[in-house]
Design a binder for this molecule. Structure first.
Ligand code: ZN
Length: 176
């Protein structure tokens, strides 16, 4: 599957969730997970682990999120959205197959991992609303990112990254 195809599939899945669940920012991720019959556990793991997704035949899929105080709420939310991405992108894989993804701070940036991050970013920060907030807060450029991050329930870092993705702010340093 080409990179472009994979990333656009994650975007489609995220927008489908918005439409079918009539979501509003900040996205209620527990509701999204519940609709998908996912079990979400919060456990304290070693700091290197952000979260994991486990699917075994004949049992509801399980997502576990590291509840360590070292993981701020916004980061846990992004991880949960990322794990929901693993679930949805695995939709085409036979349900008799075991699936396990462990997301650590140093995980490899594979095509699949990037697609899950993309899903998380679009689910938490859909383009249309990002653009509308961005315009609305035009007169407050100093606080704009912080206000928007608060409304979406994401970190400022994730917010800035999304604004760059959408071409609303320019990359400060471009890696060639
Ligand atoms: Zn992952």
């Amino acid at each position: 599957m080409s990179k472009l195809h994979f990333e656009s599939e994650s975007e489609l899945l995220a927008y489908k969730a918005w439409r079918t669940l009539a979501l509003e920012p900040p996205v209620d991720l527990d509701r999204v997970a519940a609709k998908l019959n996912l079990i979400v556990e919060y456990r304290e793991f070693v700091p290197q682990i952000d979260g994991l997704y486990l699917r075994l035949p004949g049992a509801p899929p399980v997502i576990a999120i590291n509840s360590s105080y070292l993981k701020p709420l916004e980061r846990r939310r992004f991880t949960l959205a990322h794990e929901i991405g693993h679930h949805l992108l695995a939709g085409r894989i036979s349900s008799t197959e075991r699936l396990f993804f462990l997301d650590t701070e140093s995980r490899r940036r594979t095509l699949l991992e990037r697609a899950c991050d993309r899903f998380a970013a679009v689910l938490l920060m859909p383009e249309e609303i990002v653009r509308s907030y961005f315009n609305e807060l035009e007169s407050n450029p100093g606080k704009r990112v912080a206000i928007m991050a608060g409304r979406f329930g994401v970190s400022r870092w994730a917010m800035r990254r999304r604004l760059r993705e959408l071409g609303l702010v320019t990359w400060r340093r471009r890696v060639l």
